[in-house]
Design a protein around this ligand. Structure first.
Ligand code: SAM
Ligand code: SF4
Length: 474
């Protein structure tokens, strides 16, 4: 079979990264090999995100560029998948007639059939049906197709929470969980292929398996923890209203669970949380953070915030800043509110101007930058377990010419902080052999606002050392 080339442009969250891997794998039997060169691709797919208006615009501007390519090479097949495709369906072809294929978030398993029909009949196809339940065929084994040390594994799809600003329940469907045995066998394959860390993905992992009567989420974590060969596991996202004590205890009891939780709060004002339909109060949220820190004192905590939700007053915004100061997050993601189709907040009055939303976002990010730097500085002198992901880019303090001669590596701490490190130049012995996937100890020497820099202390952290007393001052 003559090789054909597939180019995928992935926009959006980890779930889309995971879905793009599946897309590449289901199309392999048709002879498609992945390429990074869009100009020579036979099939171009943009896997889209519609969570914010900006992500959607990005998808359409990419397709705009593809229109020119299609004029030059009319045989190239152009497809759009993901959340914007699900949301807009057939309308995409009306707006952009050069698009050959539009497929939604529930039909990845049908892609080979659709692409074959387009190749043979030169037709245009749209499939944005949503199916109840999970088609395990969509979860084709991607272990061999992609390497890497850290990989995502989707454990559930959709969401039933209906936050008033959010498009997810409309484009990803109702919440449905995969069976533990399928999840475990997928992770087993990944480990056998060299993966050392998995991040379990779901919009609200706390409610994993409840509808279907499967095991609880902490129960699933226990099963993953028992898999031999896995060094670390993480998960995202945990909805604060459902964060249980059992899950908090998992951070204490499961040796492979990284001590980091992403707990999106969105706002620090009860009035805004109510309008967002988040179903918790500031007090409940802060109470859970306190308990988490009692159970696991050095847990890293990150969050998501929306600046300028409709009707957000200066006082409500200042309550958000106050909450950030109270919690002292390790880092956070913050976004300006944007109207999304079908989400109820589209119809809310008192919209905040773009200028004001951006100004609030900047205040919030500036505040967090100081807090992150403070946290990072407090780690200077400590020894951190780092899972090596590969060679690092240019290091601060080293000139371009030095870079050639110094071996520098990059990895992450349990708290998900990036650490670039090398072997101290003044040592008499040569740098030890380090490979991606090794868990090493690094002494932190310098803190920057987005990363840490350090020196290798020893090459292998015993798994038994992972819990308790790990972060000692050097
Ligand atoms: N399920 C997760 C939760 O409940 O926290 C988050 C999922 S969403 C993919 C990621 C983040 O996008 C949200 O936490 C929120 O901060 C942000 N987001 C969602 N809709 C938004 C909107 N309409 N405007 C701005 N930010 C939005
Ligand atoms: Fe969206 Fe809320 Fe569901 Fe998260 S929990 S995906 S923010 S509806």
């Amino acid at each position: 079979m003559q090789p054909k080339y597939l180019y995928i442009n992935t926009i959006g969250c980890q779930m889309n990264v995971y879905d793009s891997e599946k897309i590449a794998v289901v199309l392999q039997p048709l002879g498609y090999e992945l390429t990074r060169n869009v100009d020579t691709a036979d099939l171009i797919i943009v896997n889209t995100c519609s969570i914010r208006a900006k992500a959607e615009q990005k998808a359409f501007s990419f397709l705009g560029r593809m229109a020119k390519l299609k004029r030059k090479r009319p045989k190239v097949i152009i497809g759009m998948g993901g959340c914007v495709a699900q949301q807009e369906g057939r309308k995409i072809m009306e707006r952009m007639p050069f698009v050959d294929l539009v497929f939604g978030t529930h039909v990845i398993g049908r892609l080979p059939e659709m692409v074959t029909r387009i190749e043979q009949k030169k037709c245009h196809l749209v499939d944005v049906k949503m199916y109840p339940g999970i088609d395990e065929f969509d979860f084709t084994d991607t272990a061999g197709a992609y390497g890497g040390v850290c990989r995502f594994v989707t454990i559930m799809q959709g969401c039933d929470n209906y936050c008033t600003y959010c498009v997810v329940p409309y484009v990803r469907g109702r919440e449905t969980s995969r069976k533990p045995e399928f999840i475990l066998s997928e992770i087993r394959e990944l480990i056998d292929g060299g993966v050392r860390e998995v991040t379990l993905l779901g919009q609200n992992v706390n409610s994993y398996g409840q509808k279907e009567g499967l095991c609880s989420f902490p129960g699933l974590l226990e099963k993953v923890n028992a898999l031999e060969g896995l060094e670390r596991m993480r998960f995202t996202t945990s909805h604060p209203k459902d964060l249980s004590e059992d899950l908090m205890l998992a951070f204490r009891d499961l040796d492979k669970l990284c001590r980091h939780i992403h707990l999106p709060v969105q706002s620090g004002a009860n009035t805004v949380l109510k309008r967002m339909n988040r179903k918790y109060t500031r007090e409940v949220y802060l109470g859970k953070i306190e308990k988490l820190r009692q159970v696991c004192p050095d847990i890293a905590i990150t969050s998501d915030f929306i600046a300028g939700f409709p009707g957000e007053t200066e006082t409500e915004f200042s309550e958000t800043l106050d909450l950030i100061k109270t919690v002292e997050y390790d880092s956070l993601f913050a976004f300006v509110y944007s109207d999304r189709p079908n989400a109820p907040a589209v119809h809310f009055g008192d919209k905040i101007s773009e200028t004001e939303k951006k100004a609030r976002l900047q205040v919030l990010l500036d505040l967090q930058e100081q807090l992150t730097l403070k946290k990072n500085r407090s780690m200077v002198g400590s020894i951190q377990a780092v899972l090596v992901e590969g060679l690092s880019r240019k290091q601060p303090g080293h000139s371009e010419s030095d870079i050639q001669s110094i071996i520098q590596w990059s990895g992450r701490t349990e708290g998900n902080k990036i650490v670039n490190f090398d072997w101290a130049d003044d040592r008499e012995t040569a740098a030890p052999e380090i490979e991606a996937g090794h868990l090493v100890d690094v002494r932190i020497k310098r803190a920057l606002s987005h990363s840490l820099w350090g020196e290798l202390v020893r090459t292998k952290t015993a798994t038994a050392d992972l819990k308790g007393g790990k972060y000692y001052a050097a």
